[in-house]
Write a protein that binds this ligand. Sequence first.
Ligand code: TXA
Ligand code: MG
Length: 325
Amino acid sequence: MVSPALIADAFDLEAIEKAAQIIRGGGLVAFPTETVYGLGADVENPLAVARIFEVKARPKIDPVIVHVADAASASKYGIFSELASRLTSRFWPGALSLVVTKTSSVPSIVTAGLDTVAIRVPSHAAALALIRASGCGIAAPSANLFGYVSPTTAQHVAEQLGDKIDLILDGGACTIGVESTILSLADTIPLVLRAGGVAVEALESVIGDLNVSIETAARPVVPGQMKRHYATRTRLVISEQEVEELNPGERAGLLSLLPPEHPERYAAVEVLSTSGNLNEAAAKFFGALRRLDLLSLDRIIARPMPERGLGLALMDRLRRCSASE
Ligand code: TXA
Ligand code: MG
């Protein structure tokens, strides 16, 4: 059982002040953002950041995103080109992490030794209040055990990390529901390293056609962009087959954008949006996966989603969830 004192209301100013004290003192606070819950530490405190890796069982080769309150504070940690500034003025605060050259204020544990850093300004009011009250950038990965589905409620965080961290700020369910889009400006050509909460189409309206990173044996995979990730314990397959997909006696769960024709075939069904709205689907996505994962099913069957808007991020997560080790 998680002690009730561990969870505090993210919209209570005293709770924010307490959380900021923990951050300043080198502790760990889970906090809501518009994408997913983050597990935060003072970015300039390498020991505190090391604890994030320990608590999440996260490999040290996987760099962490730095959260700041505004573009001006971002320049303490990263070097922003004219293009980067155009993107930040359009998409910050919001679900876009930019990978740029880092400054010496970022300890190497944050970037896993890379000379670049991922930075974003979240739009969630409690996240911004926490960053401002802490007076430092906050290094924060998603607040889940490494490799598992990201948390979109305080309860999700408590279930996995409740006994290992100092405080959880509860700001309700995340409105976007998938992680930020990661755009690298580290090379001459901008590259989307992770599809996420800002649609690639929206980025393209500012910078023109974009390449989206795909793993190939020839190209080193970005640390953290592991093939199997965002994964349920229950095996998940992506399938379009309506018929003959179930084995005899199999208890399968279905994850689908739209209501299925034959819900009775499945032990459980999660519909993400009856109107097929991909934003609504994203907001429900990780919660639905967690619910299915708790049912001890033989298999989770996911229907493919249209790969536009946030659907691109959802399909990316489903593919990683379904990948073998
Ligand atoms: O929405 C989000 O981005 C959430 C919230 C909490 O802000 N955070 C999040 O962090 O999803 P995390 O740690 O789960 O994913 C961070 C990923 C890393 O796995 C890595 O792929 C990429 O960001 N990343 C971070 N720094 C990078 C860098 N310097 N170069 C390339 N990729 C980087
Ligand atoms: Mg994560």
